[in-house]
Design a binder for this molecule. Structure first.
Ligand SMILES: Nc1ncnc2c1ncn2[C@@H]1O[C@H](COP(=O)(O)OP(=O)(O)OP(=O)(O)O)[C@@H](O)[C@H]1O
Ligand SMILES: [Mg+2]
Length: 350
């Protein structure tokens, strides 16, 4: 089922408007990540989809149906919260069955469905245990199975992996992807972890202060961020930011007099190298202070026009503490105007 927001705002009872004019469509059958820093409005947006919150203005549609005024029960979405509280005194199978029991699904039918779901999320060898005897990842999967029990047309997951350790998070995000592909249920996944969103989602919606910054495929966000916020939020290491003034002469090499329009420059760590490249670059003076090797990865700290920047493309053999000319690939360089909108590369989102 697709989800459409038209000019949706939300003001909490304290009078503060926390979501401003949200306008988007989530196509049926896709997995969408809602990504943004703490307080940006992710959970609020999710609760508007579930019906736990009512929009202050605007309309929400599921497919053709206007659900703006329907409550959570009537909307029938499946939800997994950050603290996915399973019922501790019930077995795994009873937990999965519970929503169907509430909905008065006949016993034999709900048992069959619960077993099917246990198999889908791969806890079918754990069904008689109590939640307390499961690992975090297993509990997580039971919570997902329970949310899927009533065959929701939309599945909402609010930071479901935040309680798990790093390794399990990576495993579970693959699991969520697999389960989503198997069920084809439209899924909206909240996270503040950009790499999780990048690995998991068909499209990512980036929220900041209750405003959608960009809503696009992961690769597009990485290569064509619309503004400095998105550019800085996506990618690891974090985008280097240098003021236009600090490298004005270097920028002049390609931008000519348009250089004046540039306030800040964002440079990806992989775009700074000492090697001569066939692709288009600008030459920028830098001083390398330190290069550390992590396995086969490098992490070089350098100064560029008085700013500390990081490169992943400079080897430990590079000259330290003397000024050298680095090559900066234009493919990893973005220029922003004084309000943070991207002015280079120019045009659309391409
Ligand atoms: N019940 C409430 N009453 C008033 N303000 C609220 C309420 N719930 C949340 N807010 C405010 O709304 C804004 C968005 O909150 P929300 O919980 O949607 O953020 P979030 O992106 O989910 O953050 P996090 O990553 O920390 O979970 C925040 O400024 C928050 O303080
Ligand atoms: Mg939240």
């Amino acid at each position: 089922m697709d989800v459409t927001f038209k000019h949706v705002t939300l003001t909490y009872p304290n009078g503060v408007e926390v979501l401003h004019d949200l306008d988007f469509q989530i196509p049926a059958g896709q997995l969408i990540a809602l990504l943004g820093p703490s307080g940006s409005g992710k959970s609020t947006t999710l609760n508007l989809i579930s019906g736990l919150l009512r929009a202050t203005s605007g309309t929400i549609n599921f497919g053709e149906k206007d659900v703006t005024k329907l409550d959570a029960l009537q909307r029938g979405v499946g939800m997994v919260f950050q603290n996915y509280a399973l019922y501790p005194h019930m077995s795994v199978l009873d937990n999965i069955e519970f929503p169907m029991k509430m909905a008065k699904v006949p016993r034999a039918e709900r048992r069959e469905r619960a077993l099917e779901l246990a198999k889908l999320v791969r806890v079918d060898d754990q069904i008689d245990k109590k939640p307390g005897a499961l690992s975090g990842g297993q509990q997580q999967r039971v919570a997902i199975a329970r949310a899927l029990a009533k065959r929701p047309s939309i599945l909402l997951l609010d930071e479901p992996l935040s309680n798990l350790d790093a390794r399990l998070r990576v495993e579970m995000r693959e699991e969520i992807r697999r389960i989503q592909q198997a069920t084809k249920v439209t899924t909206i996944f909240v996270t503040h972890d950009q790499s999780e969103a990048m690995h998991l989602a068909d499209k990512i919606m980036i929220l900041h202060d209750g405003v959608i910054q960009q809503y696009a495929e992961p690769q597009k966000l990485y290569h064509a961020p619309v503004n400095q916020f998105v550019a800085g939020f996506i990618g690891e290491p974090t985008l280097n930011i240098v003021s236009g003034d600090a490298i004005r002469e270097s920028l002049y090499q390609i931008f000519g007099t348009r250089t004046q329009l540039i306030d800040q420059v964002g440079i990806r760590a992989e775009a700074i190298t000492l090697a001569e490249l066939a692709e288009q670059t600008i030459k920028v003076p830098v001083t390398i202070s330190r290069v550390t090797a992590y396995g086969r990865d490098y992490h070089a700290q350098l100064t560029m026009g008085g700013h500390e920047v990081v490169s992943t493309e400079i080897a430990p053999s590079a000259p330290i503490a003397t000024e050298v000319l680095a090559n900066v690939r234009l493919s990893g360089l973005y220029a922003f105007d004084p309000v943070g909108n991207r002015v280079y590369p120019e045009g659309g989102e391409a």
